[in-house]
Design a protein around this ligand. Structure first.
Ligand code: SF4
Length: 277
């Protein structure tokens, strides 16, 4: 059973199209969580919790180009994550997979550790933790803490570029070498049977000509999987660089070339989302 919990506490059952609101976990734990086992729970962090752009990205440092946090009408969400965790804690043994998601950086200010520790999770827990990171904060201390605490995980490194020039155009910060080094060290240090590493990139016209290099990057940095998703346009200003009818042949050809490269290098590549057939 899949349950998604927003940062304000609202919980929804099932997939996004048919989902059913089942209550507010910050107020009381719904029956669907307390009575069922093998739950797959997705908990969203509030959208102001990110180090790229910071808490107020539109007036200070900019958020990433394709991120809804970069829009002028960006609004901060309510943060009831601590109350949600209080409510989830007695039922955590029911949860098989916990995804910490949202428009946010989970390692900023050690937020993901705060959540896992507040749920009393440890290396012996029977749970898989899934999250996505921009990789900027996964230094040695953070990696050691992660491996000490988390029994099983899947981390998706969202880098979106294979060189510093493309990286800064998309991410706006000059940290390409740092994030690649953090991903590389993470993959070298992890137990691959316990910790899955995915290079998960959003693809648009700024980086679609780098898919072959992304395949190579996956291999060079020991990730299990390369996942390539067309960037979702968050506003008219991005329509031209996102997948559309006028550029779909470019996306299609780049994907075919990347598949051949992946076969040659024995890299596991996935193309979720609306790639043109
Ligand atoms: S790191 Fe993620 S959440 Fe933060 S600004 Fe970039 S895309 Fe948005």
């Amino acid at each position: 059973m899949q349950i998604k919990i927003s940062s304000n506490g609202n919980a929804f059952l099932g997939d996004p199209k048919t989902q059913l609101r089942i209550g507010n976990v910050a107020q009381s734990c719904p029956y669907e969580i307390s009575s069922k086992t093998e739950l797959q729970v997705e908990l969203e962090l509030p959208n102001f919790h990110c180090n790229i752009g910071g808490e107020d990205p539109t007036t200070g440092q900019m958020a990433c180009l394709m991120c809804p946090r970069s829009l002028r009408d960006f609004k901060r969400e309510d943060d009831h994550v601590a109350s949600i965790c209080d409510s989830l804690k007695p039922h955590v043994a029911n949860i098989q997979r916990l995804e910490i998601s949202g428009l946010a950086e989970p390692f900023w200010r050690d937020r993901i550790f705060e959540i896992l520790e507040s749920l009393d999770l440890n290396r012996d827990s029977n749970i898989k933790i899934v999250t996505t990171t921009n990789g900027t904060l996964l230094n040695k201390t953070t990696r050691d803490r992660w491996f000490d605490l988390v029994p099983k995980s899947e981390i998706r490194f969202s880098i979106d570029a294979t060189n510093p020039e493309t990286y800064v155009r998309i991410r706006r910060i000059h940290e390409f070498d740092l994030v690649v080094e953090n991903m590389n060290q993470y993959c070298r240090e992890r137990d691959p049977d316990r910790h899955v590493a995915v290079l998960g990139n959003n693809i648009n016209m700024l980086n679609v000509d780098e898919l072959d290099e992304m395949v190579q990057m996956t291999k060079d940095n020991f990730c299990h999987v390369l996942s390539l998703v067309p960037t979702a346009s968050v506003g008219p200003h991005l329509n031209d660089i996102c997948l559309n009818t006028s550029n779909e042949s470019i996306f299609r050809e780049a994907a075919e070339k990347a598949k051949r490269k992946a076969k040659e290098l024995k890299v596991n590549v996935r193309f979720p989302g609306n790639w043109p057939a």
